[in-house]
Design a protein around this ligand. Structure first.
Ligand SMILES: Nc1ncnc2c1ncn2[C@@H]1O[C@H](COP(=O)(O)OP(=O)(O)OP(=O)(O)O)[C@@H](O)[C@H]1O
Length: 354
C-alpha cells in the first residue's frame, strides 16, 4: 500500500520547483491507518507560500488510490541551507535595503522577521541601520541593554519569538553613537560574528538606506543569501531602488525580490482606494526581480510599530499585515528555490517566481 501511496505522491509536483515531492525527498511519512492515508510532507520552509496548494494536490492525488477513504496531511519543515552557509549555525543571511530613506525598510524588516518566526522559523534580526536604528523601538525593547554571555559573546535580545541586536541597545538610551569607517566595519563584524545567534534559519539584516559603507562591509563580512529591496511606488524612490539593486549586483549579492511599501491606501470610512504615490512602479523593477508583495499604507502598521509590537503579530488580520505575511512567505519560497537550485544541479534553469 505504501508503494501505491508513493506512486500517487510522485505525480504531485512542488509548484515552485517543478519536481515531484517524492524525488525531492519531501515525503516523510506515507501510511494507511484504517481507510485513512496519513501523509507527512517535509517542506523546505515553515513559511512555505505554497502549503495550501501542496495540501490540496496531495489530497487529490492520494484519494485516487483504491481503498483510500480519506487523507490526513501534516507538515514539517527543514530549511535547507545555502551552498555556503552564512555563519556556523545560521542558514541564511538576508539583507533588507532601500535606495532611499523613509520608505518603510525597517518596518518591513521587522515584520518579515516576526512573520517568519510566527510561521515557525528560527529567526534573528540585526539592526545594521547604524545611523537611524529604529528596530529596538519597533520591537518594544528600546530600553533593553545588550549583555555578554559566558563566552564573552554579545547576547541577542529575545522578543516576539525572535532574537535581535541593535546599536540602539549598546549606547545609553537617546544618545547617538558616532561611527567612523573602520570602526563601523568592525562593529558590523562583531554584530554578525561575535554574537551568540545560535541556530537560525534566517538572519534578517536591516541596512541603512542607500548605498554606502555598511552595505559593503556586510557583503564582505558574511556570505549572504541575498537582498530584499524596499521601495515606494514613486519615481524618485524607484530610481534610488534601481541604484541599490545595481550596488548589490556589483557586490554579487542576488536580489531576492522587491517589496512595494505604501503601495496604496484604503480609506477606512469609505473603502475607497487611493494610490497616494502612484502604483505598480515596482512591477517595472519586478520584471527582472520578483515582486514579493505590495503593502498598503495603514495606520495600524505605524501605531503597532510605535507600541513596539510588529503588526503581523498585533493585528495579523489587518490588510497590510496580511500583505507583509505574504511577502515573508514569498521571500522564504525564493530562498528555498535558490537553496534547492544550488543543491540539485539538474534542476531546470527557469524557476518560477512567486
Ligand atoms: N505600510 C505602512 N503603513 C503605515 N505606516 C508605515 C508603513 N510602513 C512604514 N510606516 C511608517 O513610516 C515611518 C518610516 O518607516 P521606517 O522607519 O520603517 O522607514 P525606513 O525606510 O526604515 O526609514 P529610515 O530610512 O529612516 O531608516 C514609520 O513611522 C513607520 O511606522
Amino acid at each position: 500500500m505504501r508503494d501505491a501511496l508513493l506512486s500517487a505522491l510522485s505525480t504531485v509536483n512542488d509548484p515552485e520547483l517543478h519536481r515531484d515531492l517524492v524525488s525531492l525527498g519531501m515525503i516523510e511519512r506515507a501510511e494507511m491507518e484504517g481507510g485513512v492515508a496519513q501523509v507527512k510532507v517535509n517542506l523546505t520552509t515553515p513559511a512555505c507560500p505554497m502549503k495550501g496548494r501542496i495540501e490540496a494536490d496531495v489530497r487529490a492525488a492520494v484519494l485516487e488510490v483504491p481503498g483510500v477513504q480519506d487523507v490526513q496531511v501534516t507538515f514539517g519543515a527543514t530549511v535547507r541551507q545555502a551552498a555556503q552557509p552564512a555563519l556556523p549555525g545560521v542558514k541564511h543571511v538576508v539583507l533588507v535595503g532601500s535606495g532611499k530613506g523613509g520608505v518603510g525598510k525597517s518596518s518591513v524588516a521587522v515584520n518579515l522577521a516576526a512573520s517568519l518566526a510566527r510561521d515557525g522559523a528560527r529567526v534573528g534580526l540585526l539592526d545594521a541601520d547604524v545611523y537611524g536604528p529604529s528596530v529596538a523601538h519597533m520591537m518594544g525593547q528600546g530600553a533593553a541593554r545588550v549583555t555578554a554571555n559566558e563566552q564573552r559573546k554579545m547576547q541577542p535580545i529575545e522578543a516576539h519569538g525572535l532574537l535581535f541586536l541593535s546599536m540602539a541597545n549598546l549606547s545609553p538610551a537617546g544618545q547617538a553613537l558616532v561611527w567612523r569607517g573602520p570602526m563601523l566595519h568592525s562593529a558590523i563584524q562583531q554584530f554578525i560574528k561575535d554574537a551568540a545567534w545560535g541556530e537560525l534559519d534566517y538572519l534578517i539584516v536591516d541596512l541603512p538606506p542607500g548605498t554606502g559603507d555598511v552595505q559593503l562591509s556586510l557583503t564582505q563580512t558574511v556570505q549572504v543569501t541575498g537582498a530584499v529591496i524596499v521601495t515606494t511606488p514613486q519615481d524618485v524612490a524607484l530610481i534610488d531602488a534601481a541604484r541599490a539593486i545595481d550596488m548589490f549586483r556589483k557586490a554579487s549579492v542576488p536580489v531576492l525580490g522587491i517589496v512595494e511599501n505604501m503601495s496604496y491606501f484604503v480609506a477606512p470610512d469609505t473603502g475607497h482606494t487611493y494610490d497616494l504615490f502612484g502604483r505598480g512602479g515596482s512591477r517595472k523593477l519586478g520584471e527582472q526581480y520578483p515582486l514579493l508583495g505590495e503593502v498598503p499604507l495603514n495606520v495600524e502598521v505605524r501605531q503597532d510599530a510605535d507600541q513596539g509590537i510588529p503588526a503581523v503579530l498585533a493585528h495579523p488580520d489587518n490588510a497590510a499585515a496580511q500583505a507583509l505575511i505574504q511577502v515573508a512567505r514569498n521571500l522564504a519560497g525564493q530562498i528555498s528555490v535558490r537553496a534547492l537550485h544550488q543543491s540539485l544541479a539538474d534542476l531546470p534553469d527557469q524557476l518560477t517566481v512567486v
